[in-house]
Design a protein around this ligand. Sequence first.
Ligand code: 0A1
Ligand code: ZN
Length: 849
Amino acid sequence: MRDAAPETIYLSDYSPFGFVVDEVTLTFDLHPENTRVKSRTAFRPNPAATDRTFFLHGENLKLINASIDGTPVAPDVSDKGLTCDVPDGPFIWESEVEIDPQGNTALEGLYMSNGMYCTQCEAEGFRKITYYPDRPDVMSVFTVIINGPHPVLLSNGNPVASSEGHAEWHDPWPKPAYLFALVAGELIAHADTFTTASGRKVDLNLYVRPGDEGKCAFGMQALKDSMKWDEEVYGRKYDLDLFNIVAVDDFNMGAMENKGLNIFNSSAVLASPETSTDMNFERIEAIIAHEYFHNWTGNRITCRDWFQLCLKEGLTVYRDSQFTSDMRSAAVKRIGDVIDLRGRQFAEDQGPLAHPVRPESFQEINNFYTATVYEKGAEVIGMLKRLVGDDAYATALDLYFERHDGDAATIEDWLKVFEDTTGRDLTQFKRWYSQAGTPRLKVIEDWADDTLTLTFTQHTPPSAATPEPQPLVIPISVGLIGPIGDEVAETRVLEMTEASQSFTFDGLAARPVASILRGFSAPVVLDHDLNDTERALLLAHDTDPFNRWEAGRTLARKSLLSMIREGTAPDRAYLDGILAVLRDETLDPAYRALMMGLPSQSDLATALHDAGEVPEPDLIYAATETMRAAMARRFRDVLPALYADNLVTAEYRPDAEQSGKRALANSALALITRTDGGVQAQAQYGAADNMTQQLSGLANLIRADRGSAALKAFEAQWKNDRLVMDKWFGLQVIEADPEDAADVAAALTDHPDFNWKNPNRFRAVFGSLVMHHAGFHHHSGKGYQLLADWLIKLDPVNPQTTARMCSAFQSWPRYDDDRKALITAELDRILAQPTLSRDVTEMLTRIRK
Ligand code: 0A1
Ligand code: ZN
């Protein structure tokens, strides 16, 4: 039954648990439908706590027996957990429960995926395994005994004993329950080793299902690269003799950083040239790094409570983005991150789900693994580093690790190390953690007496989460470009703290063009009224690669917006500027490929909404198509050479150089297809020996309306590869006409391989539909209706994946009255279901407001 009023948890209500757990021993007797879990936990009163209520979380557990110090007890059990009278001093709690991994379709706690047992305990899944204080500030040393007829039996830490059907594990590092993991099944290990800077030899294993052995090498290399990088850049060494990764097919998220036993969605770790695209490889490298980096930022130092989630996630995302920048191209990584931030986080900040990087209340914490917590959380760290400088950042991080190793820490602890090492007062900076909304930063220029004055005004739109935003500390990186495209001053980081503030640059020989917010130095929307000539100058000459790209993007956005509003023709200056970039062979192919991109259709909708207008998805789609057609014509002379020169024929490598070239060739192919009817795409599809080129060949064939044979051939070739078939499902929706996208998605749900209980497959179809802006927002409402039907179906099976997908509806307030009515009717239809999870109830009531 739906909770009448789901409980709201507040940051301000935090109080420590009444007991300390020194150690816990878990014994698992595995069985698909009735696994027995015994726990033996040593509790003692917590001197730092006043409330001594003994409450252990527990959900969906069948309690078999319980005892305290060997004497049976009869606890008071509810659907949330149990309470019990306990002695005044230290005591041993023992319990035995029965759970049903096979019936656990929510994929939280202990569940089964293709006959293998695995766990997902973050955030609050451990309470579905046994009775325990399932909160991150309760850290304990775990011993785990596993009995089951499986060749591989894994848990956290180091192995201490094993025999057939039996294994014992001990993790010496105290940890919260959310980092517990167990895996059992018939798995194959891809093994390697890594020797740390202090000479510790670490065994590394990547465990996969039989048949996937050929997809491990890249992930393993990424792991070793990550281990080395964290030693070199952050001085962080690995702290166990063993590091295991397991790939599972059924997983709600990307991956999980369980101590010494990372569990990965197979899509986030398995890779081979034939089955994975360049983008897959890059993502896998980043996720492996991310989970590995959590060993220090998350595991050794964890979060006091779930409101502090950004403490580990913002920092770890920031660290993995530094890693990718070092491994690949920093400029390309930064631009990609900003595209992603604008697409997901800015949209979140603009709608009813807006919340601060550190939220102050929630009903279901799983709903707060958001772009704001992760990506904006990482931006906040980037700003802090920009403000204090690289050396001070390094010093502060050293102190953070030294001071808080073994702690469950807070954002206050994090900021304090920066205050203590730099002497800065970060009171105002902290608003980045407590205020929702994307700040608008307006700049006005004044030129007089060889002096340029920049006057900035900041304004954060009020929201339900933050009704009265206060001025933030904004690091604004500024460079000046002279009339012939020369750099006339050193890049300066201005530190804005007031609502309105001026900065001067004097002694200038001629009026320069200001290049503002270089490297996207703060997550704001910049309003800088440059004319098209000035922007074209930046597009041609800015030495800051981000702002050079941004100049092109701004010209594209302006042109598209006026095409949408007034039906004007595509802007020639924009097309000429991009053409010059494409011709410039000194520029990295990956960077040129990015320059050929356009703002997404939903970004354009966001921009229109920001300007107080109502976006019309069909017009946005049409304008984007017209612009693409104009690009195909204007770039016609360079496209064949661009394609031929960058079509890599050498043996496939997923590195930055080759993948950049393939990206540029594929961008060229997309435009060529508009004029050659798919001839080149057919050739590429036929010749491809890697998924990057095969998939782009296929996408272009679909666009050219000649995809059906290739789609059939692709299906026949890959029907036994789950991850490739996800691409096949997704691509057909993504490449459909707006008119048909919902029908294509609906038809795919009838396909025998549409295993909708598998989150990857569900997302392949519906994630793609939602990303198809004009298709999802089709005026008939059929996209909304289809999604709602399936959310209703999925919720009882997997509330977490259902709830995440609900965010597709978050942008409803920006559309016209007809669409608003259609969407809200679907929201109300879902909300009216007699049984609805807490996850979905919270999401939809927040969205519906
Ligand atoms: N901590 C993991 C991601 C993760 C988060 C929540 C989950 O279930 C609610 C599962 C995984 C990470 O940041 O990679
Ligand atoms: Zn993470």
